[in-house]
Design a protein around this ligand. Structure first.
Ligand code: HEM
Length: 451
């Protein structure tokens, strides 16, 4: 999309208002704002949110500089500070040495090889959830897959059983997610120390979330032998160069980020995948053909994963059109040259996987759901960083293999066990861009027997 002329010009962008800049347009409809900018300005656009100048990058080559080759000049987007209120200073928000140390500590639990060891536990959780479903029922699919994804994180990483933690953490998080997105998008939000009804509800939810996570840490400290080698035990025994272990606050932050980053994104991606499958019978038919051929009624194991290529492509395509992480960004810690322009210290970069995945140069017929486009190594034929549902570079998603494995397992197991249809009179499934991109209202399905 970047033409030679364009690549020599200083980045341009829409004018916006004097005070808020482009914030009103963004707030009104962030997805439209981010896609329209790409159409109008190509590889990079310059915008302003209040006093903050930002460059929105759509050109994969420029993004590669930000995320990989010049990444040492950037930190996570400053606007994400609001999220720190609840995620704290864990792997996704920390910087520098602290980030590197935690990433090294956590990484072995997320390698392709290690993820295989979680497959049976993942399948076990999905199986026990599906046992409670009955043909003829109406179910809120979005909630069901969120519960499954949450329990999978709780069990595989922290050896926690059952749905007690789902309620203690997932429920307050729902309100926090909404309030946090609202506050991040507003120029002036009411400071939390001012006691409004909204602020009180937000603070209560934050407290409930804290309580849920701290209680997990305390229980494990009382019974340190539980959880044989799981991520929580590794974190509890980790020491820094000076021989100090993690404080309760640090442990809380790391657990929190795994719970939050680890369940909502996968649940959203899977909900979106179902939204397409349920509306495209030819996709559903190809999935059944693959499951019959590879699994023949069995639950999937880690060994089956590589054979389930169409299932994987359905998920890749769902994440192309409905990237759960619809935008993210970085702030510059020094003046840095990116392509033909300089990002000044303190200025920010935004990038939107959602918008970039609609670039017709890499994804012909971009708005159609076509899983087959991923066949024949699409990702090797398009530039690096053109398809980025999991971000990229040293701050790319640590849970990418985990997410793919759990989503494949959930999709196959739900589909093999029950036939789902959108509930009669279901309204169109709309998008809601909160911290992540999710279906605006629940996806309600009618469950029936597979015939
Ligand atoms: C479909 C599911 C998922 C999607 C689409 C997704 C997407 C992403 C993206 C785009 C980033 C990079 C953000 C940035 O560059 O600013 C990221 C980071 C991260 N993700 Fe995921 N994620 C998913 C699943 C998971 C899972 C299952 C886990 C953990 C179990 C996880 C844990 C993390 C963590 C800890 C980071 C921060 C990494 C760092 O800064 O070093 N994610 N994710």
């Amino acid at each position: 999309m970047t033409t030679t002329m364009e690549s020599m010009r200083a980045p341009q962008g829409p004018k916006g208002s004097m005070l808020g800049g482009n914030l009103t347009a963004y707030r009104k409809d962030p997805l439209r704002f981010l896609t329209e900018l790409q159409k109008e300005y190509g590889g990079v656009a310059k915008i302003r949110f209040g006093p903050q100048t930002m460059y929105v990058i759509y050109d994969p080559a420029l993004l590669k500089e930000v995320l990989l080759t010049k990444q040492e000049h950037f930190i996570k987007l400053k606007a994400f500070q609001e999220a720190r209120l609840f995620v704290g200073d864990g792997l996704a928000t920390s910087e520098g040495e602290k980030h590197k140390r935690t990433r090294r500590l956590v990484q072995p639990h997320f390698t392709k090889a290690h993820i295989q060891t979680y497959a049976e536990q993942m399948a076990h959780i999905v199986r026990s959830k599906l046992d409670a479903w009955q043909p003829g029922e109406r179910r809120n699919l979005t909630d069901e897959v969120s519960d499954m994804a949450f329990e999978i994180i709780a069990k595989t990483l922290f050896s926690l059983e059952g749905d007690r933690y789902t309620r203690a953490i997932r429920e307050p998080y729902e309100l926090i997610n909404r309030m946090c997105s609202e506050r991040m998008r507003s120029l002036l939000s009411v400071p939390l120390f001012i006691s409004t009804a909204k602020n009180r509800a937000y603070k209560d939810a934050l407290q409930a979330l804290d309580l849920g996570v701290y209680s997990i840490i305390q229980q494990r400290k009382l019974k340190p032998d539980q959880g044989d080698g799981d991520l929580l035990s590794v974190m509890l025994s980790a020491k820094d160069e000076s021989g100090n272990g993690m404080s309760d606050r640090e442990l809380r932050d790391e657990l929190m980020i795994m719970f939050i980053a680890g369940h909502e994104t996968s649940a959203n991606a899977l909900s979106w995948a179902f939204s397409f499958i349920l509306q495209q019978p030819e996709v559903e038919a190809k999935l059944y053909e693959e499951w019959d051929r590879v699994l023949n009624g069995r639950d999937p194991s880690a060994a089956d994963y590589m054979q389930l290529t169409y299932t994987q492509n359905v998920l890749w395509e769902a994440m192309r059109l409905r990237s759960p992480s619809f935008f993210t960004g970085r702030s510059a810690t020094a003046d840095v040259q990116i392509g033909h322009f300089t990002v000044k210290k303190g200025q920010s970069i935004l990038f939107s996987p959602y918008a970039m995945h609609q670039n017709p140069a890499y994804f012909p017929d971009p708005l159609s759901f076509i899983p087959e486009r991923f066949e024949g190594d699409l990702l090797k034929r398009i530039p690096q960083f053109a398809y980025i549902p999991f971000g990229g570079g040293p701050r790319g998603c640590i849970g990418n293999h985990f997410a793919m494995m759990e989503m494949v397992i959930m999709l196959c197991m739900i589909g093999q066990r029950y036939r789902l249809r959108l509930a009669p009179g279901h309204p169109p499934i709309e998008m809601e861009a909160l911290m992540t991109l999710r279906p605006k209202n629940a996806i309600e399905v009618l469950v029936s027997e597979v015939t």
